[in-house]
Every structure is written in C-alpha cells, then in structure tokens.
Design a protein around this ligand. Structure first.
Ligand SMILES: [Zn+2]
Length: 344
C-alpha cells in the first residue's frame, strides 16, 4: 500500500458515520409524521391544521434544534428505562409525582423524561386551545408531535441508545434516519382517524413500552446480519454536502429492514396516529373551540430568530453530547467523528 493510499484510506475511515441530518427519527421522518397526522384529524380540525400544514411540518424538528440551546431540553426526548433495573418498563410509576418521590427529580432528568413530558405538553396544548391562542396551538402541536414520535423509537428507551455498549455504534441513526429515508416511500401511511385518548399519561407509557419491546430485535438483527456481511459490504461511502461520509450500504440496509419485518413502518404509523389523537384529545378537552386565525407577526419573527441562532452554530459546542449529563447519557453520539475525538 502506498503512503498516499494509506493516508486516503485513513482519511476515509475517519469519516465515521452517520445520519447526516438528524438526531432523532431523522428530520425527514419527524416532518413526515407531523405532516401525515394532519390528514387523520376530524372535519372540525382539519381545515385549520391544513392551512398551517407547512408550519406543522417544518417545525417538527424544533425540539431537536433546541437541544443544545435550552437547558433541560435533551432529556425530554428519551428515557433510559433499563437503568432502573429488570422489568422497570412495568414497574416505573406512571405519574410524575410518584416517580419523583421514588427516584428524585435529578435522577429522572438524568435518564430522560419523554413519557411525562408528552403528558405535560398535552396539558399545555389544551390550555392553548382554551385560550384560542393560534401561536401557541401551532407551536405546541408541532413540539408534541416531535416528542410522541421520539417515544416510538426503540433506541430512545435504552441506556444503550447508540449500540455503544454492544459494539454496534451508529445503529441509532441507522434505524431512525437511514432506513426511513431509504425505504419509507413504500410504507402504508393510512392509519385511520384520530381517536380520543382517555388517559394521555398512560398512553404515553404505552408508546414507550411498545418501543422498548421492539428493542431486542433492533439490536439482535443488526448483530446477526453483521456476521454475514463483510465490513466493506456493510458500509459504503456517499458524498453529501461535499463531504464523504461512511453510511450503511444499501444492501445492508435492505437486508436489515427486511429482517425487521415492517417494524419501522409500524412505529411510524403508531406515531402518526398517536400524534393526531393527542391533538384531537387536547382540542376536545378544551371544549372543541372553533379554530381559526393566523400566526402572528411576532411569532414569525421569533421563529426566524431561533432558526438564525441555530444556523449561527451556538449549538455546535455541544454537538457531541449534552455536557450537563454524564458522558454515558450523551445522546448525540452518531454525529461524533473519529480522529481522536472522544466517542463516549
Ligand atoms: Zn428528538
């Protein structure tokens, strides 16, 4: 091997993975979930949400953008349920107050709070509907859609969120970004109408539970397939935004996807139907107000400022993880490159 070739090979090897545009579900899947949820709403809600569908779609990714700018944002996207021991998924107190009493707020915040945060957002959305506050209705609807979608991702329910404990680093973005981006065009997204949720807090836990049940397959199938694929067949290189990146190859992605037997599609469908049902439930609980009106100029300016702030890169310093959490809870490792940069 010539020295030059070796340097190039080393350089390529350094572009460790992955999903280029997402921290959770990929931006692509989040936007698709929020967008499709609009079409399952009842006739009294659909005109308003359709009118603002662009807002609901584009802002589906705001909570991920805020993760680096807003203290306390990161834990809202996941729960490392397995750190609480065997069968914790069944034993964990469902309601926030009881959970705080049992484990303390600091502990809950350290390991993620997604199911409780969904319920909290549902209350806020109900309030926004009661106030007929268009800005807040849209903002909270978009955010709530994001957290619900996150709760449907198996790797958002475990301490081993990026396969880092099992030699499968990169699997997070693989499952939630690479697979839907590559293969979701064939999914059946007709999920049926939104339905009223009697107990939103328990429903949020149902999501986490079903995602956690799927976790074993997510990890096991990747491990089994890896044994059947040579390293150079498992990965390939793609140029994105003028940067060469290593990605899971199309062949490996398709084989894994087939082995998962519709799992990604099922979780996306679950997310879409649940997002719409939470919006609908909040609206019913608020007394089914007539929905009308536009986003205020003030809100538009605020969104622009937030976007600028994000583009300016104030989040960059923490892209490898949330410094407020112990390293093992840094949930953004799939953005980490090698070349001497720490991974976990
Ligand atoms: Zn997220």
């Amino acid at each position: 091997m010539t020295a030059a070739f070796r340097i190039i090979a080393l350089f390529l090897a350094c572009w460790l993975l992955l999903p280029l545009n997402g921290f959770t579900w990929g931006f692509f899947a989040h936007q698709r979930i929020n967008r499709l949820a609009v079409f399952t709403l009842p006739p009294d809600m659909v005109p308003f949400y359709k009118k603002h569908i662009r807002y609901i779609t584009e802002n589906a990714i705001n909570p991920d953008r805020r993760r680096y700018a807003v203290a306390g944002e990161a834990p809202r996207h996941y729960i490392d349920i397995d750190v609480y021991g065997d069968s914790a998924i069944y034993k964990m107190p469902r309601y926030w107050q009881q959970a705080v009493e049992k484990y303390s707020e600091d502990t809950l915040m350290a390991y993620g709070i997604v199911p409780w945060h969904i319920n909290r957002m549902k209350y806020q959305l109900t309030e926004a509907f009661r106030e007929r506050n268009v800005d807040r209705i849209l903002r909270i609807s978009a955010d709530l859609g994001h957290y619900i979608a996150d709760a449907c991702v198996p790797l958002h329910t475990t301490h081993n969120y990026n396969g880092q404990l099992t030699g499968q680093r990169g699997i997070h973005g693989f499952w939630e970004s690479r697979l839907p981006e590559l293969l979701s065009d064939d999914y059946d997204f007709f999920v049926g109408p939104a339905t009223y949720i009697e107990q939103p807090q328990l429903r949020a836990w149902d999501l986490v539970t079903s995602a956690h049940m799927a976790l074993d397959s997510v990890l096991r199938f990747e491990r089994e397939l890896t044994q059947q694929f040579d390293e150079d067949k498992k990965y390939s290189f793609e140029v994105r935004n003028n940067v060469t990146v290593r990605v899971y190859s199309s062949a490996f992605s398709r084989a894994y996807h087939a082995r998962l037997n519709g799992q990604v599609e099922r979780q996306m469908r679950l997310a879409i139907q649940t997002v719409a049902s939470f919006w609908y439930t909040a609206w019913v609980d608020a007394g089914q107000p007539h929905l009308t009106g536009d986003i205020s100029e003030q809100e538009i300016q605020l969104l622009k400022m937030e976007e600028k702030d994000y583009d300016k890169g104030s989040h960059k310093a923490r892209e490898e993880g949330d410094a407020s959490l112990p390293p093992q809870h840094q949930h953004n490792q799939h953005l980490v490159l090698c070349c001497g940069r720490e991974e976990e």
